[in-house]
Ligand binder design. Sequence first.
Ligand code: FES
Ligand code: MG
Length: 569
Amino acid sequence: MRAEELRSHRWYGADSLRSFSHRARTRQLGIAAQEHLGKPVVGILNTWSQLNPCHMHLRERAEDVRRGVWQAGGYPVELPVMAVGETFQKPTAMLYRNLLAMETEEVLRSYPVDAAVLMGGCDKTTPALVMGAISADLPVVFVPCGPMLPGDWRGQRLGSGSDMWKYWAERRAGKLGDEQWAEIEEGIARSPGHCMTMGTASTMTSVAEVLGLTLPGAASIPAVLSAHTRMAAASGRLAVDLAWHGPRPSQVLDERAYRDAVTAVLALGGSTNAVIHLIAMARRSGVHLTLDDFDDASRRVPVLADVRPGGAHLMEDFHRAGGVPALLHRIADLLHLDRPTVYGRVHGHGLATREPYDDTVIRRRDDPVSPEGGLAVLRGNLAPDGAVIKHVAAEPRLLRHTGPAVVFEGHQDLLRRIDEVDVTPDSVLVLRGAGPKGGPGMPEHGMLPIPERLLKQGVRDMLRISDARMSGTSYGACVLHVAPESHVGGPLALVRDGDLITLDVEARRLTLEVAGDELDRRRRSWTPPPPRYTRGYGALHEAHILQADEGCDLDFMRGSGGAPEPDVD
Ligand code: FES
Ligand code: MG
């Protein structure tokens, strides 16, 4: 491509009043003509903020990306975008995934950007940035923020999320005092970076790598390593090349790429949230990925990454064992090796020599964590459009189970009553009003707490069913993403205390043992709850959000293209 063909040339190159203004304002930025004219503009979309501890190093890291862009003859411009983050954002960061996706798309389209570096990693930021880039269809490379260091407490390695849930249960069972609890507070998250278990963050940055949107090996590099700095600079250099030569997301993200991503998520024992995000991303690319694609793959693909919550290790161990390329080496026969990536080589390039360094972390095919994948898609009269369970993280006795329902109307009701309700270890805890519209935003409330009385008896798992999601760092027999959700009148809305519910993971069935005519009667007397929002983004979200089985995108955001390039003059 010649410099005159760069997209940004329309802003800078013409002998027009507008181009004059763009050049004059670049001088105002302190950039001389020879520093940028004729060079590609690389946007650095940064999700840094002081309320996103996972991304706290990204302000510095953006400087490393800029260094790479300058080195390769580009003009770097840092563009802050919404710092969607799990820890502080309420009611749930998921409410804002689609807003960040929209912002990403519009920032890329409305500014003179030829290629972009996307910087994120905390759960929703990865799918959001990628969804926006797909729809804008400008060349991008993703810089994963990297996992934080393993947690540390009295010589034990702690995993973010997973060990928080575990020790919180111990504390509620009366086994952990104030002093120990305060020490865990200081030790569980002790460096920049995203959660270092195989939660949603690690799963989705690995997905970005498998899709071919990062440099090879980038996803697992711990945030604080020098290698992470070098990867950031190298991604900046790559972005300049992408601006000149492509490919665009539409040339990389075909059906094969998404199928490989599904396969990898299962081999990673990855987060249930990946189901929602990958369906949304694929449909932006025009690929009709469905829940059944996950279930089919789950029957073929063994879980090989022995990383918490489904396994024993943490992301640093996974990185030292070889990271995503080593995992892909183990499942190369299940992948499409000849598809393109953003780094100019085919996906399978070099995989043959990426034998894992540690078989206890990335297990051999004949010694998997679990012989079949970690996800099952359930259907039945309680979830006509599907539900998801990560059965590898559940107690096996619950995978075929019938028990009486104990129903909670939303999370606040759950918190109020969970320690008072009449339950046995066989009861089925049901949470409704926690879906995409009703939650709102489908919060991570799906790992319902075990009632304190049962915890004290040593019970650590029960069958739980909801239209919520759960954190990728959670575990237990939690049936999630029940669709349609109760808020729109899905059968979950009709369950009553004491109704028997049967889960049969092997048969992929979830059944409410109530006769059809009784359910019809209940349905006729059901009244829809009032809207959660009357104005603003919440109302837009509520009016347009798709159900979990469709990826929870906004109905008018599906696909890419269709939006005109802006007039510059
Ligand atoms: Fe950011 Fe877990 S809180 S990845
Ligand atoms: Mg999470």
